[in-house]
Every structure is written in C-alpha cells, then in structure tokens.
Design a protein around this ligand. Structure first.
Ligand code: AHG
Ligand code: MN
Ligand code: MN
Length: 323
C-alpha cells in the first residue's frame, strides 16, 4: 500500500508542501492518540474559557490548537497561522512560504459522548507584500488554496487531502504511524437520496430552504417523487466524509435564530477547505446564491451559509434560492 509522501511526489507536489502536510499530520496523530485515550488522558470536558466565537472551549479544543500551532511555528515553512481558537493571526517564520488556517477540533460537542470529531486545514501561499501578522494574509478566496484536507478521528483515523489534483483518502496505520493511501480519485456521485441538516432550526431558516427541505420530506408522493434519508453527525468533518464516501447533500443554511449570527460555519477554516475537497471530488459547494470558493473574505472568523455535495442535488437546492 502506498504511503503519503511518494503518492504526493507522483502528483508533482513540491517537497516543501509535502513537508508541511506531514508536519500537520504529526500533530493530528498526537490528537488521535489523546482521543483514543479519552478519559484516561484527562483531556475531556470543558474549560472556563470562551473563544473569539463566544463558544465555551473544550479542553481538547485548546490541546489540539496548541499541538498544531507548535508544530507549524517550529516547521520554518509557515509565515502565518489562523485558527478557530486564536483571535488574531499568529506570525510564524518571516521567510515561511505558506500560511495555514485550521479548525483544530471540529465537532467539539461530540467529544464528551465519544463520538466523531476531526481537524480541518487550509493552505495558501504567503503574500510577500504583507507582514506575517496581518489578517489580510488570509483574506483570499478559497479558489487560491494550494492544499486542503481534514483528518477524521473515527474508528479509524482517516485523512482526506487535495492539492488540486483530485481527492485522496489515507488511513492511519497505527502499528507504524504512517498514513496509507486507501482511496484514490474519490468521486462524489452526482445524484443522491440522502441529506444532512440540523432540522431543529427549521423555523428559523429562510423560505427557500424551508421549501426545499419540505419537498425532500414529502418523498415519493411529493414533487421530488423519491424518498430521502437523513443523517446529522454534528461534526462537519464526519458529515462531509460521508458525502465524499457515498454522496449526499450537507447544509448549514442561513437562519435567524440569533440575528447577530445568521451563519454557523466559518469561511476560512471550515467552508473553504471543505469546498475545495468537494469540488475536487466532482461535487458542488455553494451558499445557495454563489460559489463559496469565489467569496472574497472580509474578516478572519467570517461565517457563511453552506450547501455542498452531490452536483445535481446542490443545483436543485440552488434553484429554490433563485428569485
Ligand atoms: P466546532 O466544533 O469546530 O465549533 O464546529 C461545529 C460545527 C460543525 O462541525 C457542525 O456541522 C455544526 O457545528 C454542528 O452544529 P449544531 O450544534 O447546530 O448541530
Ligand atoms: Mn468546526
Ligand atoms: Mn473547532
């Protein structure tokens, strides 16, 4: 079975980027180990802190953030980092070639129930015209990413990765610590009968999403004339992994539950890297009104509405949003 570095070299990925990806994965292996130890490692539960998003940080959010931050800052390849758990950009090596945005632990509410969580990362080239600690290093559309990926900490630890040449999935072989290629050229089926949404927010959605979901729920007797199945893991990594594995539509749409926070998912370290993976696997990622990867970001922790997955289903959902 093929290992990560030779596989990426065959794709023409340069050795600096391969080194950087392996650096991130070193921290992810450590996170994977601590999650496996669970209660025994004393890392479960919450802290008394809130992050910049106003969310209570879990101990593992902080531990994971620090593990990734340390390896990135030591690598010499990273000019700047942005994290869900850091209010500001953190400056790295002034000569670093890359910048990395990451969600150290996605799906934190699953930690204490021993359920699925993940790490998401997005890599761009650093901008030589800007200081390393300038937010504008990160205010680039997702279409400029040079690499994106996630690590899913499940019954097995899996990496989904794109460097712009399709999507590959690797599985961590815990006997020797290597990520081995287990799915080459991941392709999302164009059609699906499965969707993922937190339906408890239904009354707060915009009318187009209300109508779209109503029509899915109406099944064979409704306008879609087929039955749909629903899944919701409450960890975007795990829900997107299902979409990459067997297709589906995943959405966290606009809602007016809290008028100050009409979107949940963060553009730079959740929506953009996942959109890059989904598009590279032949799917679509949209806000309902525009392509996510074409959005010009305005701030580091900006949020966005997300509808992604199987091409025909996302296109159908977009039609409900047309005026
Ligand atoms: P995070 O744990 O990094 O804050 O992200 C959680 C996100 C995403 O992973 C998931 O799809 C969604 O929040 C779950 O939201 P609900 O709690 O509303 O189900
Ligand atoms: Mn997240
Ligand atoms: Mn997180």
């Amino acid at each position: 079975m093929r290992r990560l570095a030779p596989t990426l070299r065959d794709d023409g990925v340069n050795s600096d980027l391969i080194f950087l990806i392996r650096t991130i994965l070193a921290a992810c292996k450590e996170i994977s180990f601590r999650l496996t130890q669970g209660e025994l490692a004393g890392v479960l539960g919450s802290t008394l802190n809130e992050n910049i998003q106003g969310e209570t940080q879990k101990k593992l959010d902080i531990v994971s953030n620090q593990l990734i931050k340390d390896v990135l800052l030591e690598s010499g390849f990273v000019r700047s980092i942005a994290s869900e758990e850091e209010e500001h950009v953190v400056a790295g090596d002034p000569n670093g070639k890359y910048i990395v945005a990451y969600d150290p632990l996605d799906g934190s509410s699953n930690i204490d129930i021993n359920s699925l969580v993940g790490t998401i990362f997005s890599i761009h080239l650093a901008d030589d015209q800007l200081p390393a600690d300038d937010d504008r290093q990160f205010l680039k559309p997702g279409s400029a990413q040079v690499c994106a990926g996630y690590v899913l900490y499940g019954p097995s630890t899996m990496l989904a990765l794109t460097t712009g040449k399709g999507v590959k999935i690797f599985t961590l072989d815990k006997t020797h610590g290597g990520f081995l290629l287990t799915h080459d050229q991941v392709t999302i089926p164009k059609d699906t009968q499965e969707f993922a949404i937190n339906a408890s927010n239904q009354r707060f959605w915009e009318p187009p999403m209300q109508q779209y979901i109503n029509d899915l729920l109406a099944g064979k007797e409704g306008p879609r004339e087929k039955n749909f199945n629903m899944r919701w893991i409450a960890a975007m990594v795990a829900d997107v992994h299902r979409v990459l594995s067997r297709g589906g539509l995943f959405t966290y749409p606009t809602d007016h539950k809290n008028p100050e926070k009409p979107y949940k998912l963060r553009l730079l370290y959740e929506a953009n890297p996942m959109s890059y993976l989904v598009e590279q696997a032949g799917g679509i990622s949209s806000t309902g009104y525009e392509r996510i990867m074409s959005i010009q970001p305005e701030s580091l922790h900006q949020r966005v509405s997300v509808i992604l997955g199987s091409e025909n289903e996302v296109r159908t959902c977009e039609k409900y949003h047309q005026p």
